[in-house]
Design a protein around this ligand. Structure first.
Ligand SMILES: Nc1ncnc2c1ncn2[C@@H]1O[C@H](COP(=O)(O)OP(=O)(O)O)[C@@H](O)[C@H]1O
Ligand SMILES: [Mg+2]
Length: 445
């Protein structure tokens, strides 16, 4: 940045040109007077004192001609406003200014020497209110952006650069710098927030790493037992039975993980397509609870489904909603209190969007620590990884629930009190009541 001059006034204005013209006029008057005096002295010598008067008159005439020529020249200067005026943001039309102000991305206009002329609201949030006519290097302290501006100012070619700010929270931006070809040769600096894109890229990379890690663990166990069975356990029928059983469990874990990954992928692909079917949520809850009855019995947990008699249908795909209720009831059984209760309660509710139907799954287990609640729907997030694995969990159940609920334009609410239990409630938009055919009218004559 050292060679980048931040001085304004590079564009010669009318004031400067007029000043130069005045100097030239004074010079011409002096030259005219000098020439006249020289001519007067010469004539004095040649003709005597009678020649001095015409010579003095010629000198004054020459001087006046020089001054008059210069003043005409100055009048013919192009009507060019002074530099400060050219580079003024007042030249922006109100509509352009309004459009710039409304842009969500930070935008700044700089003059040819790198001084700030305009900053929209988003940019003012970064550089502050006192930006006008300040060198950009004192407003933005990102070397990458400053050298992009310098390069564009020097070459006239547009440039773009990525940079990150670490405080107060990490944010990623792409800076675009462009130069207007026509005078007054302003520089436009636009910052585009790439934080969400970067986070998505990071999440995808983490997801692949996590999925590979989750698959590698059971695979390593299976491979290890195969070696053991080939080796010292070859002739030990009891050990062989035990190892084959563990291998079966690990293989089952891999299968569940692959099933969950495929479900998640399928739901994500369809998330933007709203569901079209009509489903009775109470029936879905009863079926999901029935499918999990053997598991509940094994844990001595009593599962009760409580639904009012006339509940409106919801707009939704039955298979996906079964998966939602199964995942929630399954979690309530897994992380609930052995010998305890799971209550599935259905009801009608209303939101600003319209009538809704809810299904709440409540357990009396150990609950969830407060700071873990917002992270539960992240893929592979588990409060206690070891416990989840022991219970055959994949860490994807609630992520699947979240995506299905999103697709159904519903919402998931999680309430938990550590030590007392948790309640997971799904709210789904109620389906419109089908219009009844008009009742037959029997005319009695
Ligand atoms: N009802 C619940 N009570 C306590 N913790 C729960 C409950 N439901 C979910 N969790 C926590 O949320 C985590 C993520 O759940 P989930 O995505 O279904 O994965 P998984 O059940 O396979 O571990 C679980 O590992 C557990 O720590
Ligand atoms: Mg689960």
């Amino acid at each position: 940045m050292a060679e980048f001059a931040y001085d304004a006034g590079v564009i010669p204005g009318r004031a400067m040109a007029e000043k130069a013209a005045n100097w030239r006029a004074i010079r011409n008057i002096c030259l005219g007077l000098a020439a006249g005096i020289a001519a007067g002295v010469a004539l004095d010598f040649a003709l005597g004192p009678s020649g001095a008067w015409p010579a003095a008159a010629a000198a004054v005439l020459l001087a006046l001609t020089g001054w008059f020529a210069e003043s005409r020249r100055a009048d013919r200067l192009p009507a060019q406003p002074p530099a400060a005026e050219v580079a003024s943001v007042a030249n922006l039309s109100p509509i352009v200014r309004e459009v710039f102000e409304a842009l969500p991305d930070p935008l700044m206009l700089l003059d040819g020497s790198g001084r700030a002329l305009f900053a929209n609201a988003a940019m003012r949030a970064i550089v502050g209110m006192e930006f006008e006519r300040k060198p950009v290097s004192t407003l933005l302290r990102m070397p990458a952006v400053l050298s992009a501006i310098e390069q564009t100012a020097r070459t006239g070619a547009a440039s773009s650069v990525e940079f990150a700010v670490r405080v107060p929270v990490e944010r990623h931006y792409q800076a675009y710098v462009a130069h207007t070809n026509a005078p007054p040769h302003w520089i436009t600096l636009l910052l585009h927030d790439m934080t969400a894109v970067k986070r998505a890229e990071q999440a995808r990379a983490d997801f692949v790493a996590n999925a590979s890690h989750e698959l590698r663990t059971p695979l390593a166990a299976v491979a290890g037992f195969i070696d053991t069975l080939r080796g010292h356990a070859r002739d030990d029928p009891a050990a062989r039975e035990k190892f084959l059983e563990i291998m079966g469990l690990e293989a089952g874990r891999m299968r569940r993980l692959i099933d969950d990954l495929l479900s998640l992928n399928r739901i994500e692909l369809n998330e933007h397509v709203p569901p079209s079917g009509r489903t009775d949520l109470a029936g879905v809850a009863r079926d999901a609870a029935a499918a999990l009855a053997p598991l509940a019995q094994a844990e001595r947990i009593h599962v009760a489904v409580d639904a009012p008699p006339s509940l409106p249908d919801v707009t939704g795909e039955r298979d996906e909603l079964i998966q939602v209720l199964q995942n929630l009831i399954h979690n309530a059984i897994k992380y609930g209190k052995p010998g305890g209760h799971v209550w599935v309660k259905l009801g009608a509710a209303a939101s600003r969007q319209g009538p809704e139907v809810f299904a709440a799954v409540k357990d009396d287990g150990e609950g969830i620590p407060r700071d873990a609640v917002p992270r539960l729907t992240e893929r592979f997030y588990r409060v206690d990884v070891k416990r989840s694995r022991e219970k055959g969990g994949t860490g994807l159940g609630l992520a699947i629930v979240k995506h299905i609920v999103n697709r159904h334009r519903g919402r998931l609410q999680i309430e938990s009190e550590p030590g007392a239990g948790s309640t997971f409630t799904v709210f789904l938009p109620a389906a419109a009541v089908p219009s009844q055919p008009p009742a037959a009218v029997t005319e009695v004559l």
